[in-house]
Design a binder for this molecule. Sequence first.
Ligand SMILES: Cc1cc2nc3c(=O)[nH]c(=O)nc-3n(C[C@H](O)[C@H](O)[C@H](O)COP(=O)(O)OP(=O)(O)OC[C@H]3O[C@@H](n4cnc5c(N)ncnc54)[C@H](O)[C@@H]3O)c2cc1C
Length: 458
Amino acid sequence: MHTQDGPRLSVGPGLGRDLRRIVGAEHVMDPGFGGGRYCHDMTDRGGVTGRPDAIVMPGSADEVAALMRWAYAQDVPLIARGGGTGYAGGATPVGGGVIVSMERLDAIHQFDPLLWRIHVGAGVTTRTVQRLALENGLTFPVDPGAAEESQIGGNIATNVGGPHCFKYGTMRAWVTGVRAVLAPGEVASFGGAQRKDVAGYDILGLLVGSEGTLGLVTDAWLKLMPRPAYSAAVCAVFPDAASGGEAIESVLASGTVPAAIEYLDDIVTRTVRGTAPPGFPDADGFLVIVDVDSGEADRNAVVDALGPAAFAPDPRQLWRWRESVGHAMIALKGGKLSEDIAVPVDQLAEAVDETQAIGRRFGVLGCSWGHAGDGNLHSTFLFSAEDPDEAARAGLAAEAVLELAVRLGGTISGEHGVGVLKAGYLSKQWDTTAVLAHRTLKHAFDPKNLLNPGKKLA
Ligand SMILES: Cc1cc2nc3c(=O)[nH]c(=O)nc-3n(C[C@H](O)[C@H](O)[C@H](O)COP(=O)(O)OP(=O)(O)OC[C@H]3O[C@@H](n4cnc5c(N)ncnc54)[C@H](O)[C@@H]3O)c2cc1C
């Protein structure tokens, strides 16, 4: 359990006065007065909370820069915050410090639908970009499950994924430029509206996925694309993960490029089957969902690859149902620890079976669902919030899943990032030199370790 028990960095008595001077009195919030939601992100069900010394809402990149200059002069940690939907405790102020909430950086700076591009503030929500794209015959294919609340800055800082990144790639593929504030408090742009730029080092790529530890993103140039005209879903239920895994490999071998390949293990399928869209068979087992947006011929190839068990529900109903899975699983016990490991796709079935076995070993219900095409599992352990012993066992099971990912040649995080939950685990995945390279980069960008300290590398 992570709480604010670490050593707090001292914040001087003039804190409130200084912050009000920089961003205006109405944009500084005391954590005790309405600032409660800034004490955690979506990992609070796992007990990850903190208490910031203050919350500020800057209104421009220049104000963010002034905040960082002040923080660097006063040795005060800054924790960037987007929509607070993170699943790694990345925006949680576990050691105190000042939360820099980007919600006021919500301007659409420029939108050129005919050129398939948009320039937005970091605080614009993912859904806003998706909606603007849709209204103009375009799509922004990055589709995380919390799009209504998550922000573009948070999506960049976590290199967010979602079902359709199987075909279209994670956030990195859709960002052509960012403006960010770097220590000790200067605004810098990397990339821009141009779709290609190999002039410098890929610092843009470094900032994507850096979880607020290298710089604070204030705005971004994003790519869009024309909306595919075709949409179909093909599903099949298999007796077990092994046969489901084989079917997924058959889909890949068929030569089609599905937009998404998802799965639910047998426990999850059984739990949510009652609310499934019409046409869902009355069968228990490992569910494979394939989304096709490239036409009838590819859809037919997927039907052939999935075999006689294939069925075709309405794609809109199916995706709405798929989005409800996480909440349905939480409802079983009230608490869940959900990991986001990724393994090579041919190891998926073993990782699915092992997740359940780990749950049994620690006496908690273990199950998984996720982005099968990317070998990305949401390995989940359920517990009752009233049972601290069960919660502790779920925590041990979640740790064992990280070991499993590494053993199968995968990664401890395919989606949510390291945050505070998995801080310190990089050395389990990489050799000493690779970890050292990360530390060297962190020191070069943030020599005083004031940008989201204790996250990612600790
Ligand atoms: C129901 C649900 C479904 C989800 N589905 C998916 C999914 O399909 N795929 C997926 O990848 N994730 C998913 N997530 C996780 C989460 O939505 C993503 O990680 C998202 O990108 C976080 O964005 P946010 O704005 O909420 O960031 P926050 O949670 O506020 O912050 C996340 C991290 O980014 C940093 N940060 C935020 N803004 C900035 C900024 N402007 N500059 C620098 N650093 C910043 C924070 O310090 C923190 O380290 C899901 C979460 C929920 C609750």
